[in-house]
Write a protein that binds this ligand. Structure first.
Ligand code: MN
Length: 713
């Protein structure tokens, strides 16, 4: 069993005494709170955090990371709180342990392989500090080493998760030894037979292989020496899972895997040029196999791995794989990101396509002039995927969303119907409002109710283009159907007023002309445009009135009407009889308004309201007194404006209130800007009193802000 003195012995090589004291304090703390707890192996629980801290010390991590290793299970498994840890060990450690606690609560349940990548991203996103991920990986290594004490089902599950999620993460961080360890440990449980077979075969050929390895190593070393290139030659068996994968992928058996031994030339020089020199030595010694040379120095791998790879025909006509790299490249290849803070100059970094590493590198490069590794580490608070958030479905799949996404986005990502009928959501089993912003690791469940519909407000809470377009689609369809009803109504009335029937005009050629004029496709489009107020019913009707006969009929019908109607338009004129009377278009007076008449030459009397601005500009000599004659009821057109919040169907709602007064709407239009809708109507009312009761009814509508009568300036 690892002792605290072992850890401190290793740590004192690179850490100052005060930090060693803190590590010892964390050990005592962990021992106290975990007291009495045992592992499945029967050992005291403390052995686990100790082993994890030991691995981290071997990796030469900073003291906060080692302390977090010692404390990583305290919040989850004991009564310890984040506040207590912060009090005892400071903010940095508390932050790391808190992050580790969050990570320990999520597990990868999905069986689907494509989900693994999303789960890895979730873990990266939740490791807001790279040290959290490094402790998590060390934790996993020790759990894998003691996996035999778990039940067979748990073993398989944890091994699968390790192979699918954690080994690739170690690889992505460039920590090769960890990747190989995790893979071999998992391999042992996932394919026990293949594991046994390969490990026996590797062991069997051990002796002869050792002899062979020494021979090849000596040959290379001698050639290097001749040209005074200093370096070291290694020959080592590949890791078991690597051999297995090769057999599996290339469908070959063990004997056909020639390169079970990988040779490696590690040069003392830190110049890339030396690698190419060593390569030419190898190629002069043995015949290279065409197509097998790979230059990862000129083009590093995504995880920043750099090396030259080649394969040659060896001394016995066998295939030999050789890797050539400098010591610095080798350090990176084995320890990856964990090696970085010993290369403070940051020159180990090169361009690559992999985004995570690129971001890591950017963050690391910013730090490059920081000389103290501890300072460097504490500045390394990385947001690896700041613009994405990863959440679980109830089935354990992982879905990614842009940051700021809400349960509505989630609902639409499942199915349009789920989105449309979504009424609420549960996140980690608690009910949340629909505007709740999803957090990494959340488990999200959508509550639906059939017959429920999206609301325009939702557009404020969604960020995915899918949700936005689905909600818009629904609202448009909804508005279209209500605007069709209103449009039809307006057209019917307008046509009726002109002694026409809209329904019988639908199939005429004139309709086709109108559709062309407004570039519309169908009559329904035209009707809904009228309903939306974009085209007025009168504009449509005019086409038919202008059409020969209809126009004539209209004129015939109108002329006698006008004559007889003139003196009795509801106006009595003091002392003047038989004069043409008309109402001014600027102010459209209605009974109840104070009015005045203006004698226009040859066109009779125009009636204005007394406060009309136009009237005031006219010749006062020709203004006469007029009064309303209310013996006969007439309807008078009046222009009104209704300003309201832009919601779906505002026009319909307002017009249905107006219609409930049995009042004709001859014009309706709506304009929207900045979530405000301005509706203009021309309605025919009997008098001011009726208009006022219509106004107060409109004001009852929640979204209405202003209702007013408008006069043209
Ligand atoms: Mn643990």
């Amino acid at each position: 069993m690892l002792r605290i003195t072992d850890i401190l012995d290793k740590a004192q090589i690179y850490l100052p005494p005060d930090e060693l004291e803190m590590i010892e304090k964390a050990y005592i703390y962990s021992a106290t709170v975990h007291q009495g707890q045992v592992r499945l192996s029967g050992e005291p629980y403390l052995t686990h955090p100790m082993e994890v801290a030991g691995i981290l010390t071997d990796m030469k991590m900073d003291s906060a990371t080692i302390i977090s290793g010692l404390l990583h299970d305290t919040i989850e498994d004991t009564l310890t709180t984040r506040e207590q840890i912060e009090q005892e060990f400071g903010k940095d450690v508390a932050f790391l342990v808190h992050g580790l606690t969050k990570l320990s609560r999520i597990s990868f349940a999905s069986q689907e392989e494509r989900q693994a990548e999303n789960f890895r991203k979730m873990i990266l996103a939740m490791s807001s500090d790279i040290r959290i991920l490094l402790v998590r990986l060390a934790d996993r290594i020790h759990n894998m080493r003691t996996l035999q004490y778990q039940t067979p089902e748990r073993r398989l599950y944890i091994a699968r998760e390790t192979l699918d999620v954690y080994a690739p993460l170690a690889n992505r961080l460039g920590i090769n030894w960890m990747k190989m360890d995790l893979e071999d440990l998992a391999f042992q449980y996932i394919s026990p037979n293949a594991y046994k077979e390969i490990s026996t075969r590797v062991a069997k050929s051990n002796e002869s292989r050792n002899r062979y390895t020494e021979e090849v190593k000596a040959l290379i070393a001698r050639e290097l020496e001749k040209l005074s290139i200093a370096g070291e030659v290694e020959g080592r068996a590949k890791h078991l899972y690597g051999i297995y994968k090769k057999m599996h992928e290339q469908r070959i058996n063990f004997d056909e895997v020639y390169d079970v031994i990988a040779f490696r030339i590690i040069l003392d020089s830190d110049k890339e040029k030396s690698c190419y020199e060593a390569l030419s030595i190898v190629h002069a010694l043995w015949k290279p196999i065409p197509g097998r040379f790979k230059d990862y120095i000129a083009m590093p791998k995504a995880n920043n791995y750099r090396s030259l790879h080649t394969a040659v025909i060896g001394p016995y006509g066998e295939r030999v794989e050789i890797q050539i790299r400098t010591r610095e490249m080798h350090e990176w290849a084995e320890k990856g990101i964990a090696a970085h803070w010993r290369y403070k100059e940051g020159k180990a970094f090169h361009d690559s396509e992999d985004n995570q590493i690129k971001k890591l590198r950017e963050a690391l490069e910013i730090q490059q002039d920081i000389k103290n590794p501890k300072e460097f580490m504490s500045n390394l608070k990385l947001a690896l995927f700041p613009e994405e958030v990863y959440v679980f479905t109830p089935r354990g799949d992982v879905k990614s969303f842009p940051k700021g996404a809400t349960p509505i986005d989630f609902a639409y990502s499942i199915h349009t119907d789920v989105g449309n009928s979504c009424i609420g959501a549960r996140v980690n089993r608690n009910i949340v409002p629909l505007r709740y912003q999803l957090q990494n690791g959340d488990q999200v469940e959508i509550i639906t109710q059939s017959g429920h519909h999206p609301s325009k407000d939702w557009l404020k809470y969604v960020v995915t283009s899918r949700a936005i377009s689905k909600i818009r689609n629904w609202i448009n369809a909804e508005e279209k159907s209500s605007s069709l009803l209103l449009g039809r109504d307006l057209l019917d009335k307008e046509f009726k007023r002109n002694h026409l029937k809209f329904s019988s005009c639908i199939k005429s050629d004139e309709i086709k002309k109108i559709l062309e004029e407004y570039t519309l496709l169908t009559v329904d489009d035209l009707i809904s445009q009228v309903g939306y107020g974009r085209i007025s019913a009168r504009q449509v009707a005019n086409h038919f009135i202008a059409e020969g006969e209809a126009r004539e009929e209209e004129k015939k019908a109108e002329k006698p009407k006008k004559k007889s109607a003139t003196p009795s338009l509801g106006i009595s004129l003091t002392g003047i009889d038989d004069v043409m009377v008309k109402f001014a278009k600027c102010c459209n007076p209605i009974p109840g308004d104070e009015i005045a008449g203006y004698i226009s030459r040859g066109r009779g009397i125009t009636v204005h309201t007394q406060n009309c601005v136009h009237l005031k500009k006219l010749d006062p000599e020709r203004i006469v007194d007029v009064n309303w004659d209310l013996r006969q009821k007439h309807a008078y057109p009046v222009h009104i404006k209704v300003v309201c919040d832009d919601r779906k169907g505002v026009l319909t709602e307002v017009s249905s209130v107006i219609s409930s007064f049995d009042v004709n709407i001859s014009f309706a239009q709506v304009e929207t800007t900045d979530m405000i809708a301005t509706c203009l109507f021309v309605i025919d009312v009997y008098d001011l009193q009726q208009l006022q009761s219509i106004f107060s009814a409109i004001r009852q509508l929640k979204m209405v802000r202003i209702v007013e009568r408008i006069r043209k300036a």
